[in-house]
Design a protein around this ligand. Structure first.
Ligand SMILES: NC(=O)c1ccc[n+]([C@@H]2O[C@H](COP(=O)([O-])OP(=O)(O)OC[C@H]3O[C@@H](n4cnc5c(N)ncnc54)[C@H](OP(=O)(O)O)[C@@H]3O)[C@@H](O)[C@H]2O)c1
Length: 501
């Protein structure tokens, strides 16, 4: 059963920002820039969402001529955008200037100043600094920014920070102290790209834009919630980063916590950034701290060994590039969290994420309680609890499962699904990075993380990281292509998925 979109109120599309901007990307030649930022900027340009008066300065370590850097921009677009093989509009490429320098030695300050000063007095520009650089460079780059004269500061300034925001509570606070020396909180855009995805934003619209679900959205009607982020890829070329982060810091501390907050939060007073973020922070604060006994019973960490993905042999984590041979970094996590507040007391939130799993799948499943009576006698053994599923990957869709009478003489209940799939909409939707870049230009912080939330998320994670560091698990404990470690305490078999919860 498919649902169509009925339009009673036609959106105007995304406003074109009227304010010119200068975007300074530190790490403009890195992986994130090539895979996400440059393609997103190009799509926005093609959709006419970028002000004509916008300029991009890319800063990197390698020496590159302007032509070489523009070739890198072209290649990244050709690789990542369907149909990107066509000629790239030269007006887009002309927006770019490349500068090289070592940010650890504060190299390039004069050149950046000179670049910025060209814009002085012509128009009112905002400068957006984007840190697409390894986290260990953040302090140096902030130091570099602090030393920029910015032409006597006629510019409004903002900074975009990529995760990870620290590696624990203490380092997150230190990073923020460095940021606050230069930027006010409302000038800091901490990106969690999950929040830019349509289906993720739709969680709030779905909850607060319909009157039928919210009265049921609590411990009286919901049995449990499962949040899953499964990938079948390994760590690819990100070994250096992954060895420091692992699944706990790469996914659980940020994306998964944000998803818990969106599902669990109270309605905000209005849709302004701080009202929404206030409600999310309350949820982070309500996530219970866990004792070691609780963690032993309810949390599982895993690391993949060799196995098969799509029938192809793949190496185990310890044999990936830049990984220590006896590494104890987790690539899979599953755990039972509780949000200890009036609405959610007693409702488990099962969270799981991992690499080299059987499928690429990101979804939130809300499982309602089963009907109180088995009215249909003995033949109702297949009656399933209603499930509302927000699928984020591989498809962005929402489905609701219900029980219907199977046609015939017998009283036989049969589960059916109502589906709404974003791909069927005849409209242009922005990718997560496109959406977040536009929001940053517009000055809308709603979908960006706030420092108090970051610190609360670390409060939950720090003891979990410490616990797993202490217990010395035997890795690898699952094969690539499987569903996680077999010794996981909880097992839920659903369709063809064999999830451990
Ligand atoms: N890659 C992803 O998919 C992804 C996803 C989410 C978040 N992130 C975050 O995004 C950030 C960047 O990640 P990445 O994967 O793009 O890293 P990366 O591929 O290693 O790129 C790092 C960039 O920083 C530049 N750089 C390194 N050392 C420098 C120095 N001393 N001075 C000046 N520039 C220097 C490099 O310049 P050269 O190119 O000249 O060497 C390169 O452009 C990280 O915080 C990461 O956690 C990445």
């Amino acid at each position: 059963m498919d649902l169509e979109m009925k339009t009673s109120c036609e959106p105007d599309g995304i406003e074109v920002n009227t304010q010119p901007f200068i975007l300074i990307i530190f790490g403009g030649g890195g992986d994130l820039s090539q895979k996400k930022l440059l393609p997103a900027l190009y799509n926005l340009f093609k959709l006419n969402k970028l002000n004509n008066d916008s300029y991009i300065l890319s800063y990197g370590r390698k020496e590159r001529t302007q032509d070489q850097y523009r070739d890198l921009v072209k290649t990244s677009i050709k690789k990542t955008i369907p149909g990107g093989k066509n000629n790239i509009d030269p007006r887009f490429l002309e927006k770019f200037t490349y500068l090289n320098g070592d940010s650890e030695k504060l190299e390039g300050i004069e050149k950046i100043n000179e670049y910025i000063c060209n814009f002085k007095g012509i128009k009112k520009y905002q400068i957006i600094f984007y840190l697409a650089t390894p986290p260990n460079l953040s302090k140096n780059i902030l130091n570099l920014i602090q030393n920029l004269e910015l032409c006597d500061k006629p510019f409004k300034k903002k900074i975009v920070m990529e995760k990870p925001f620290g590696t624990d509570t203490v380092s997150a606070i230190n990073l923020n102290d460095n940021l606050q020396k230069i930027f006010k909180e409302e000038e800091i855009y901490r990106i969690d790209h999950y929040l830019g995805k349509e289906t993720v934003q739709n969680i709030l619209f779905f909850r607060f834009g319909n009157s039928i679900f919210e009265p049921l959205w609590n411990r009286s009607f919901i049995d449990h919630i499962q949040i899953t982020a499964a990938e079948n890829i390994g760590i690819e070329s990100r070994g250096n980063f992954y060895e420091k982060a692992g699944v706990l810091k790469d996914i659980i501390q940020n994306h998964m916590m944000q998803l818990i907050a969106l599902v669990a939060m109270e309605p905000p007073a209005n849709f302004e950034a701080d009202c929404v973020r206030d409600e999310k922070v309350k949820i982070f604060k309500s996530i219970s701290s866990m004792s070691e006994e609780y963690m032993e019973e309810n949390l599982v960490l895993g690391q993949y060994g060799t196995g098969k993905i799509h029938g192809e042999n793949v190496v185990g984590y310890r044999d990936e590039k830049n990984i220590v041979r006896d590494s104890n970094i987790g690539t899979f996590f599953s755990g039972k969290f509780h949000v200890d507040n009036w609405r959610w007391a007693g409702v488990p939130f099962y969270v799981r994420a991992g690499k080299r799993l059987n499928q690429k799948l990101t979804e939130i499943v809300i499982t309602f309680k089963t009907p109180p009576l088995k009215l249909f006698g003995n033949v109702c053994r297949d009656m399933m609890a209603n499930e509302l599923i927000f699928s984020i990957q591989p498809e962005e869709k929402i489905s609701l499962s219900m029980n219907m009478k199977y046609p015939g003489m017998e009283n036989y209940p049969h589960p059916v699904e109502m589906n709404f799939n974003y791909s069927k909409l005849d409209t242009v939707s922005l990718s997560a990075y496109e959406r977040l870049i536009v929001d940053c230009i517009k000055g809308d912080l709603t979908l960006f993380a706030r420092q108090d939330g970051i610190e609360e998320m670390w409060r939950v994670l720090d003891p979990i990281v410490a616990y797993f560091n202490k217990i010395n698990l035997k890795f690898p404990n699952y094969s690539a292509g499987d569903w996680g470690p077999v010794e996981s305490k909880f097992l839920l078999e659903k369709d063809d998925r064999k999830w451990r919860i």
